[in-house]
Design a protein around this ligand. Structure first.
Ligand code: ATP
Length: 294
């Protein structure tokens, strides 16, 4: 079942492009990454899903219901963390969270305390006295306190230190295990790679790819570096699938895409001292999606 269904979604801000013809679905139980450079249209897509802004054309459905028409009903089952959080500064954290919880027809007190403990958040402090990272934690607790079926996160980790990021990712993984579907927007590819099953890449307002993380990695090249006993000829590695070949005395490096056996056969014909085979990281795979076209 699809929890999110987006069809030809387009948003113009006056004459300025927000998003154009966006299409993708998020299945129930997925952790779905939404990545792209600044200004690509991630927040615009998310804000339209949450009916915070209206689309120029196209539709989006959550739990099978139109996002705009059924906005208030759908939102009860959604936890949302915006990219920037703003609060009434003079309130105490606990009062703000209780106020947020009052919108849902369930007792969220226990969950607030659990989440605050995981995120190491002092509930008795005034919002005014919190650092940026701690304000972000308030947003996280606020987004998760009602145990939503769908969690939508817009650049959620900015401001969190590495330890807190890890706690937060563990928390998301636990929510996902309990059944929550997650839409995770980010421009930090390594965290998308770490957390998500599938990803949509958005560039200049349009989706350029929707793919499983595992497929993206399978269909890509591997990086080879070989140290040989004696200098070798460059043409030894003149086989299909090799690119970026460099030979510096007894060190050979290249990228290889294709049947791994063919390259291993070639390597076995020479006497080697050491061998390194590396997967490219998501950043390297996606770099060409990020480069601006003229
Ligand atoms: N309120 C607005 N009025 C006019 N243009 C806007 C408005 N909000 C966004 N845009 C434009 O829409 C495009 C998409 O912006 P959006 O904020 O959705 O991108 P994003 O992928 O979330 O980027 P970032 O990572 O920088 O937040 C950009 O060109 C942006 O300038």
């Amino acid at each position: 079942m699809n929890v999110i269904e987006i069809e030809n979604l387009t948003k113009y801000y006056g004459k300025a492009r927000g998003i154009m013809d966006i299409n993708f679905n998020v299945e129930e139980g997925e952790i779905f990454g939404f990545i792209g450079p600044n200004g690509a249209g991630k927040s615009t897509t998310i804000r339209t899903l949450l009916a915070l802004i209206y689309p120029t054309s196209g539709t989006a459905k959550i739990f099978g219901k139109d996002c705009i028409k059924y906005g208030p009903e759908i939102k009860k089952e959604i936890g949302y963390l915006p990219s920037e959080v703003f609060y009434y500064d003079r309130m105490k954290v606990i009062d703000l969270l209780r106020y947020s919880a009052s919108f849902y027809k369930k007792d969220c007190n226990k969950r607030i305390r659990e989440l605050a403990e995981v995120m190491n958040l002092d509930l008795n402090k005034k919002i005014d006295d919190l650092s940026l990272g701690n304000k972000k934690k308030v947003g996280i607790v606020q987004g998760l306190l009602h145990e939503p079926k769908l969690i939508i996160l817009d650049e959620p980790t900015s401001g969190l230190d590495p330890l807190m990021q890890q706690n937060f990712f563990d928390l998301l993984a636990a929510e996902n295990k309990k059944g929550a579907t997650i839409l995770f927007s980010s421009h930090i590819l390594s965290e998308v790679q770490r957390l998500c099953n599938r990803v949509a890449i958005i560039k200049e307002g349009r989706i350029v790819k929707v793919e499983k993380i595992s497929t993206l990695k399978e269909n890509t090249y591997k990086k080879f570096k070989i140290e040989t006993v004696s200098n070798i000829e460059k043409n030894h590695f003149d086989i299909t699938g090799i690119s970026d070949l460099e030979v510096k005395e007894n060190i050979v490096s290249f990228l290889f895409r294709g049947n791994i056996n063919s390259i291993l056969k070639k390597i076995s014909q020479i006497e080697i001292v050491n061998l390194w085979i590396e997967e490219p990281n998501l950043e390297e795979i996606f770099m060409h999606y990020y480069v601006k076209e003229d």
